[in-house]
Write a protein of this length. Structure first.
Length: 287
């Protein structure tokens, strides 16, 4: 069955128009003062390693229940959006929670050809399976190695923390924040979270390292961390640049031949047109 040419050329033309408009139009920033990003402050000194956040996250998102006992340092994967690891540090045993960082200017969203990975105006970075073409550029581009692909699934999707975006839209806090028994997690606007982090560090300089991880790292993130030991002792990446990673690619699309830019869109056009034809065939078979 042939491709739906109208869909294909519509998608191809959209990229051509984008290239023709020029860099300034594409790179034009939005007014960040309209809506403030929300995020979460994680205080490692308050975390007792109960892993309630892991269990409640899995329950809320329909994921497998985490293993009751873990020995090695773990990463998030397609079966879990967050993990709590234990590190032996200069101040003894310390816990650290890991999940998508929800960057202010996420590299995953900038690399996504179809805007399936999207930075919402209130802060969460979410994935839309209806738009995804399976290129996995989001996985390659993420400096925190957070998006994970369901290789085992016949209908794979990208799995990662979405900061409980649906709960936020309903005026509720992320489930990990709500269920943390020791108040190691605090939800609020990013500005207020940074103020609170600075207040804690100022009032207890002997307890905290004078650093807010995520305040400037990778251009700033929605998840912010304070801890009693240097973050490199907790397995956190401390060699990230301070500006956002998408800033590195500004102007790239206008310094390479158009064929390299258009080729992914051609693949997208084929993907979309093929998907439309499959839907039509299914409808005809049902008729």
């Amino acid at each position: 069955m042939g491709l739906d040419r109208r869909v294909f050329f519509k998608l191809l033309g959209a990229t051509g128009i984008t290239l023709a408009i020029g860099k300034e139009s594409v790179a034009k920033p939005t007014n960040k003062n309209e809506v403030e990003f929300y995020g979460v402050l994680y205080d490692s000194s308050r975390c007792v390693g109960c892993r309630t956040c892991e269990y409640e996250c899995a329950k809320a998102h329909g994921l497998p229940e985490p293993l009751s006992e873990v020995a090695a340092v773990r990463k998030t994967d397609e079966t879990c959006n967050t993990v709590v690891n234990t590190y032996q540090t200069s101040k003894g045993e310390v816990y650290i929670k890991r999940q998508c960082m929800h960057c202010n200017q996420p590299a995953c969203a900038a690399a996504c050809l179809t805007q399936a990975m999207h930075k919402n105006e209130t802060g969460p970075v979410t994935w839309n399976g209806d738009k995804c073409m399976g290129c996995r550029y989001c996985m390659v581009s993420c400096p925190f190695d957070m998006p994970k692909f369901e290789f085992h699934s016949a209908n794979p999707k990208i799995q990662k923390c979405d900061m409980c975006f649906d709960r936020q839209k309903a005026g509720e806090k992320p489930t990990c924040v709500t269920n943390c028994p020791n108040e190691a997690l605090m939800y609020g606007t990013r500005r207020d979270l940074i103020k609170e982090a600075r207040r804690r560090i100022y009032e207890k300089p002997d307890l905290y390292v004078d650093q807010i991880y995520g305040e400037h790292d990778a251009g700033g993130t929605g998840w912010l961390y304070i801890a009693s030991v240097p973050f490199e002792e907790l397995g956190m990446k401390t060699n990230l640049q301070q500006s956002s990673y998408p800033a590195l690619t500004k102007g790239f699309l206008y310094s390479v031949p158009s064929v390299f830019v258009l080729f992914p869109t051609i693949l997208l056009g084929i993907h979309q047109a093929t998907k439309n034809n499959q839907h039509k065939k299914q409808e005809e078979d049902e008729y």
